[in-house]
Design a protein around this ligand. Sequence first.
Ligand code: DGY
Length: 320
Amino acid sequence: MAKIVVTGKIPHEGIDLLTAEHEVDAWDSLDQMPRDEMLRRIKGADAVLTLLTEKVDDEFLDAAGEQLKVVANVAVGYNNIDVPALEKRGVVGSNTPKVLTETTADTAFALMMMVTRRFGEAERVIRSKTPWQWGMFYMLGMGLQGKTLGVVGLGQIGAALGRRAKAFGMDVVYSDRSEAPADVVAELGAKRMDMDEMLRTVDVISLHCPYLDSTHHLMSTEQFKLMKPTAYLVNTARGPIVDEQALVDALKAGELAGAGLDVFEKEPEVHEALLTMDNVVLLPHLGSATIETRTAMATLAARNALNVLAGKAPETPITK
Ligand code: DGY
């Protein structure tokens, strides 16, 4: 029997798979496990399931010990994991792509809809009991039909958002390090552009790239200046891809019409100025937050860990 530690509360379906075969120490509180406690608990673990809030670095790996075989992240994004540090030690890493694609694309689409149609702002009018009346020119938004969506990173989630946008009559363009698969490009009729050209062209830009050194502050002062003043930004990827101060400055200067954000640069902190802006919709990192998707993420992460413990490859590896 191997020892498995689960560092955050996950749906029981994932835990059930693990306990059927191994000894499991699963954190059962909705609060984050304190780092000290986590470092203590993972000592001697053969497998650890981690959440995106846990930093998996040398300190973590040293604390776990040499017997550690696998770190299974219960998230698609794995910027919390030092992958070379895992590889150096021969520890396998995995994530949970695919199972959260549609849910995250729904979130991005919802943010796009909310911000362009001013639904966040409108809801606050009702809740604050501000007097209002139907009017021909009251709280008009921007229609999506005939507009252009720019997808940064036409991977699975970007393509799923593209499908939704297409169904709503939008044109889809994208920028990416490489050409997207031919079937995806054909299905979406999506033209690839370089980033600057895309920024100048689009009515909404939505970020779907991983957070890497090369994508840190990918959207900053210069980029916002290239955008149409009527355009919107949507971010459901990772907060630090956007320079939050530059975004605030661009919004204040009217260089951009609004933003829909599910992730933040210093999460869970949110830039104070964003809280006061009516043309900004803010969600507390809910991209994949459905019961079905979180269950699928937990079971995929569990299967990944079990596979490695059984001497097999994980379904969705992040290490070579
Ligand atoms: C992920 O899996 O990376 C998402 O951000 C979780 O919602």
